[in-house]
Ligand binder design. Sequence first.
Ligand code: GLY
Length: 568
Amino acid sequence: MKEFLLILCLLLTVTFLPAQSAIYSSASAHHPIVAQDGMVATQHHLATDVGVAILEAGGNAIDAAVGVGFALAVVLPRAGNLGGGGFMLVHEAASSTTTAINYREKAPAAAHRNMYLDAKGEVDSQSFNSSYLSVGVPGTVAGLLHALDKYGTMTVDQVIAPAILLAENGFAITHDLASLLSKYKERLSQTPASSALFYPNGTAPEVHDVLVQKDLAWSLKQIAKRGHKGFYEGPLAKKLAADMKANGGIITRKDLKKYRVSETPVVSGNYRGYEIASMPPPSSGGVHLIQILNILEAYDIHSTGHNSAETIHLMVEAMRRAYADRSEHLGDPAFWDVPVEGLTSKDYAAALGTSIDLAKASLSDDIKPGQPGDYESEETTHFSVVDKWGNAVSNTYTLNFSFGTGLVAAGTGILLNNEMGDFSAKPGVANAYGLIGGEANAVQAGKQPLSSMTPTIVLKDGQPILVTGSPGGSRIITTVLQIIMNVIDHEMNIAEASHASRIHHQWYPDKLYHEKYFNVDTKKLLMEKGHQLEQRAAMGSTQSIHLSKGLLFGASDPRRPDASTRGL
Ligand code: GLY
């Protein structure tokens, strides 16, 4: 007996205690979820449950991610979707490769450069952001099914079944959804289909009421039965196109039938010995994340410290220069020659760094887009999934604004995106996020609007160590940046990294945005350097998984309610 206890003690000391001490630190106020055999982090607990159930049933990370994508379309109507688009990074353990799936919306064939300008040549914001003309050809269903087909192990039927149940039987409305449905009642009551869906009794539903979506269940069943064609051809496509035609939209059945996903290499960089794999254009996310990290690598950020005036000053100057370049150089690479190699090169970052004055803020008026070619060598949602084999998915998808256009296509339960609003309706004029775009992002038939979505996987020696991403419009890039810096530079655990207060700068407006709790001394020092500070709403809703010492550490951003990370 004595010997048995001794062996048990030794086993606990050798195998359990080191792992425990890696998990919990008495210095930390925030602790991640810890697991060993898989993890799912999403912005809605019911979608997280769907992902975990798929992993428990033997599915891999891709099966679970696709199940989550369909489930969020039901339970998170503000951003989860069938009628939008997005980007997915897949790390396949067996081949040790990371790939990027582009299922961003496309401009329909009838779209053209000046379609959002009024008689005076000014941007008509209603038509640009909130009308049937704002809708891009949706890519979500094609993207999710492409991932499942190529990297999953389960059938469409299997992974979509939980979403069908949630739509058909309904789910309890949370405080967050109830308050959004009340806030956006006017926007979401523009069509009989959207009023019937969200306000069946004429009033905004209460917390705990059950939201049933029969039409959406029908649409999901079309996809379950016929896969890609169930959405892009046949009765569902017919309903979508008819709804468009009846309301002045321009998406046709031909546009839907023509939609194809593309799969490309990730855009990659290197930060302090870690490989950064992220989304290439038509997202600007990966390119500028790497550009900013490259500029910051020249400084000892660990020593200057988290959210000190010195660190924030450097971050802002790097962000300012990257967003200036974004305005000029970024667009759909199928239509515009984007200098990705130059923008992500260390030499270009070093050249940009020479104009940074450590003592004084630059003026955005003095910062113009650079010449990277010379160096050639308000609502979205993110989820992250890792399985026990080491496969990982980082997915960000969107309808653009909260609930997209707010318009539901009759008979489908599908909310329509307003992604055309991410184009530059008039090059040089800021869009709804205050982002200035150039010719590179002008409207063109078949083109994909520029995005800021930044699904990212950080690797060390070819193995993923961090899977992350966020919603937040123009702030997505800087939010993901801060998660990476918090983990690598400031050695925070992933819960601390997700909680830590955030800042943002995007060249124009020339403002250093910060969250509510921002140290007054830091603020004073930054103002002395010449920064113009402004408090803004909480930034982002990251869903992150950190892989370390054979364990998975996860955290859902506390900034949005209803999110959940679970492991198994
Ligand atoms: N609609 C936000 C983005 O794609 O960046």
